[in-house]
Design a protein around this ligand. Structure first.
Ligand SMILES: *Cc1c(COP(=O)(O)O)cnc(C)c1O
Length: 422
């Protein structure tokens, strides 16, 4: 490893040794991550064995996809692992945003109110909800929206959430991950507390958790602490890097039935949707997911520790509890953010020769710089980093199928950033 890092990748001896030293301080953190990984691995394995997974489930259906046994078995496995009554995992759900849209339109009716309990939801939901007006949004269908911002210290405003529940409130939305904001992610324990706060006053509302980036980072999932429904993307954690696309919903039988009717057609529900050959990769990906998520989390912890060592502010810190796979680093200067993203790109298995430039992405106020070289387009369970070219020049990095690759990326990044800093 040392020879390759020094000779092939141009890491200087000083940075190599710094990396070794930083890694030695993380032994206890890595042991905790391994324990969570092993626990989740057995949870997944056991569900596959209990469901009777067999070669025949990897066959595919076509057309309407009636009686697709692989697809139905995958639903059963997801439900069991997530402690939910039912689940719907589909190649026809093209992204996390679509899974969330199915959930919102499945549960809400004209006159109902949606309450966001952890501040403004993920960017792509603004037009779905109608925060940014758009034809076809929930608002366009007569669903009103209210949001409870986080407190100054980034924690949920429990009293504010309770006070904002009105007779019209039908769905309370919680976002587990920080997404691309510089706030803490919420542990499943904290999510449980929000749910208890809501249910104490309004046991009849549906609590929906945006679980993107959260799966397998902790031992429990939101559906195991009372969430009625949670959703996520298969090109993030639960696809394990193998799923080529897809999304899932897991929750109560009632919620899944409502959402299935929205996703396909009222009356068709979960009965249709050909898997088109996707079952093998989706099932194997779910099997790999606890391991791959642990590799990502180790990579994020190592990256945080290395940049802390160099005097940068990170969130979460290398020692903090984690509830998702995202790592933020504050660079304060545009050149440093750019140098970091370029190093991440250079470390990727795919498109390592590409040099990222900031560009005006639709929907963003400032230019955004992105680094990604993944086997699956846009997969953020694979190593990727991006950041808006605006103060305080924060890079959000996530993913990494293999820890050794993230480690290389962090070392290249550290060396490039410090060279630029002078
Ligand atoms: C990624 C993400 C989404 C949206 O998922 P896409 O697959 O990109 O549409 C929603 N919420 C959070 C917190 C996410 O991280």
């Amino acid at each position: 490893m040392k020879d390759l890092l020094l000779q092939r990748y141009g890491i200087s001896k000083d940075y190599y040794e710094m990396g070794q030293e930083v890694e030695r301080t993380l032994a206890a953190r890595f042991a905790e991550i391994d324990e969570i990984r092993d626990y989740n691995q057995l949870k997944v394995l056991s569900a596959m064995q209990r469901a009777g997974l067999s070669e025949r489930h990897f066959a595919t259906s076509t057309g309407y996809g009636y009686e697709d046994i692989g697809r139905d078995l995958l639903d059963e496995i997801y439900a069991e692992v997530f402690g939910a009554e039912d689940a719907m995992v589909r190649t026809q759900i093209i992204s996390g945003t679509q899974a969330l849209t199915i959930a919102l339109f499945g549960l809400l009716r004209p006159g109902d109110e949606l309450l966001a309990a952890t501040g403004k939801p993920y960017d792509t939901l603004e037009e779905v909800i109608g925060i940014r007006p758009r034809s076809g949004s929930l608002q366009d269908f007569g669903v009103t929206y209210r949001q409870v911002d986080l407190l100054e210290d980034g924690t949920p405003d429990y009293a504010g959430i309770e006070a904002s529940l009105t007779p019209a409130t039908k769905v309370v939305e919680i976002q587990r991950s920080r997404g691309y904001s510089y706030r803490a992610s919420f542990s499943v324990e904290e999510i449980g507390r929000i749910i208890r706060t809501v249910k104490a006053k309004r046991p009849d509302v549906y609590v929906l958790v945006d679980n993107c980036y959260g799966e397998f980072v902790e031992r429990l999932e939101p559906t195991q602490v009372g969430a009625d429904l949670m959703v996520g993307s298969l090109i993030k954690n639960p696809g394990g890097g193998l799923a080529l696309n897809g999304g899932y919903l897991a929750g109560t039988k009632e919620c899944i039935a409502l959402c299935a009717d929205r996703a396909t057609a009222p009356g068709l529900g979960k009965h249709v949707g050909a898997s088109l050959g996707s079952c093998r990769r989706m099932i194997q990906g779910f099997y790999m997911a606890p391991h791959v998520v642990a590799e990502s989390v180790k990579g994020a912890v190592y990256t945080a520790a290395l940049f802390e060592h160099l005097g940068f502010q990170t969130s979460p810190s290398s020692q903090a509890h984690r509830a998702d796979i995202i790592q933020a680093i504050r660079f304060e200067k545009p050149e440093l953010l750019k140098a970091y993203c370029r190093a991440i790109q250079a470390a990727a298995p795919v498109d390592s020769f590409v040099v990222p430039e900031a560009w005006d992405m639709p929907g963003y106020e400032s230019p955004v710089i992105m680094a990604a070289g993944s086997f699956v387009q846009g997969a953020s369970i694979e190593l990727s980093a991006d950041g808006p070219m605006a103060p305080p020049y924060i890079a959000f990095m996530q993913g990494g199928l293999v820890y050794a690759n993230v480690k290389l990326a962090a070392l290249l990044g550290a060396q490039a950033v410090c060279k630029e800093r002078g």
